[in-house]
Design a binder for this molecule. Structure first.
Ligand code: CP
Ligand code: NVA
Length: 314
């Protein structure tokens, strides 16, 4: 099917799936930024680009933003989606599920507990599989986040983004995506809550190529010094509810509050993937402050995912 992309934005997508951030090349991430800008500025130009294309949306965990923005994205591009909630492979093997969905729809978007579920689905599916959050990655969130930073500062190179809190899925994807767009990345987390060493190694390799700097510190004030963007997320992710009490104690010195924001650059923005637990990882004051761009991030989920679908399904 012909896709009505402007000529300057046509490129050959090499990514078959988006299982994790590293499935996208640096060039694809840069092209996605350009395409997101176009899609956001001129939505009507893309209104029929994916006519006749359908997505399977699978959600093992709750979602507001990801589910609704994928549904809206495909519909606003002329296609449609079907949704299934609950465990992906409870009644039959995952490899059978994948080979049903790929007969009916042109792409699979899945939010799962374990990264292995995404990887296995991609192994068996003949259509693109997009990770809509797993225990290790949230690549769609990261694309919207770096686009939001680019929008706020007009560029990404030379900026410092600091994630304060858990070295979780959102932190991993932000680290992997921000660094390749020329940003320095600092994680401020309690000892014992760092990302997996192999993910840090991947990010370090990208940073070496991009000429950027990655650091992990255990002091929130040190982490935010000089930051253009201060990012946080919940202390206990979905699936970690039983650890929530212990985590609340361990993460207390890592709350993003007005005093911590004052230690970042005066023009720093505050970011959160949402949903936020006000009074825990962030205060209500910071969420509602003029520095907060959390709703721009949420809006940009829609635009960034449209660009991603155009790239992967066209
Ligand atoms: N940020 C995000 O992924 O939100 P949902 O969990 O509501 O999809
Ligand atoms: N880290 C959070 C992100 C939610 C969007 C979680 O996995 O629950």
């Amino acid at each position: 099917m012909a896709v009505t992309l402007p000529a300057e934005l046509m490129w050959k997508a090499t990514a078959q799936d988006l299982r994790k951030d590293l499935d996208l090349s640096n060039e694809e991430v840069c092209s996605l930024m350009e395409l997101t800008e176009q899609v956001k500025a001129h939505p009507s130009r893309f209104a029929r680009s994916l006519a006749g294309r359908y997505l399977s949306l699978l959600f093992e965990k709750p979602s507001l933003r990801t589910r609704l923005t994928f549904e809206l994205a495909i519909k606003q591009l002329g296609g449609d989606a079907v949704v299934s909630t609950g465990p992906v492979a409870e009644r039959e093997p995952l490899k059978d599920v994948a080979r049903n969905l790929d007969r009916w729809t042109q792409g699979i978007v899945a939010r799962v507990f374990q990264q292995e579920t995404i990887d296995e689905m991609a192994r068996w599916s003949s259509v693109p599989v997009i990770n809509a959050l797993s225990d290790l990655y949230h690549p769609c969130q990261a694309l919207a986040d770096v686009f939001t930073i680019r929008e706020q500062f007009g560029e990404t190179r030379g900026l410092k983004v600091t994630f304060v809190g858990d070295g979780n899925n959102v932190a991993n994807s932000l680290m992997l995506t921000a660094t390749r767009l020329g940003m320095d990345f600092t994680l401020g987390c309690p000892a014992g809550y760092e990302p997996r060493p192999e993910i840090v190694s991947d990010a370090m390799a990208l940073a070496a190529v991009a000429g950027t700097h990655i650091e992990i510190v255990h002091d929130a004030a040190k982490a935010v010094a000089g930051a253009h963007a201060v990012y946080t997320d919940v202390w206990a992710s979905m699936g970690q509810e039983r650890e929530a009490d212990q985590r609340r104690q361990n993460f207390l010195p890592f709350q993003v509050n007005e005093a911590l924001m004052a230690k970042a650059r005066p023009d720093a923005v505050f970011m959160h993937c949402l949903p936020a637990k006000r009074g825990q990882e962030v205060t209500d004051g910071v969420m509602e402050s003029g520095q907060s761009v959390v709703f721009d991030q949420a809006e940009n989920r829609l635009h960034a995912q449209k660009a991603l679908l155009l790239m992967m399904l066209s």
